[in-house]
Design a protein around this ligand. Structure first.
Ligand code: CA
Length: 105
């Protein structure tokens, strides 16, 4: 069982380790600080999972992203994580929203 906050922090953890891999272990510090390299890596991940090329991540794309990172989310977790990411509640995650996910503490 996981609460609303843990669903989205799980996702964040997953992304963070994925980015650490992409950026060659640069994100191993206790506090995750976004560098230029991270932004590039995040953009790469974002594009990779924007499978329809719409420039935004929709729920189905987020679902695939999490599954691909080895931690498939159930419907409820997916909705929680998505709602957390979708800051302006328009039903899709733009790159700015995606990036803000890492900027918040
Ligand atoms: Ca899309």
């Amino acid at each position: 069982m996981s609460s609303a906050t843990s669903a989205s922090s799980d996702v964040k953890e997953m992304f963070t380790s994925e980015i650490a891999e992409v950026t060659d272990g640069g994100a191993e510090d206790d506090e995750f600080v976004l560098t230029e390299a991270h932004v590039v890596a995040i953009r790469m991940i974002f594009k990779q999972f924007d499978t329809d090329g719409s420039g935004t991540i929709e729920p189905v794309e987020l679902s695939k992203l999490c599954a691909a990172l080895g931690d498939p989310l159930n419907k409820r977790e997916l909705k929680e994580a998505f709602d957390h990411l979708d800051m302006n509640d328009n039903g899709k995650i733009g790159f700015e929203e995606f990036i803000n996910f890492w900027r918040e503490s």
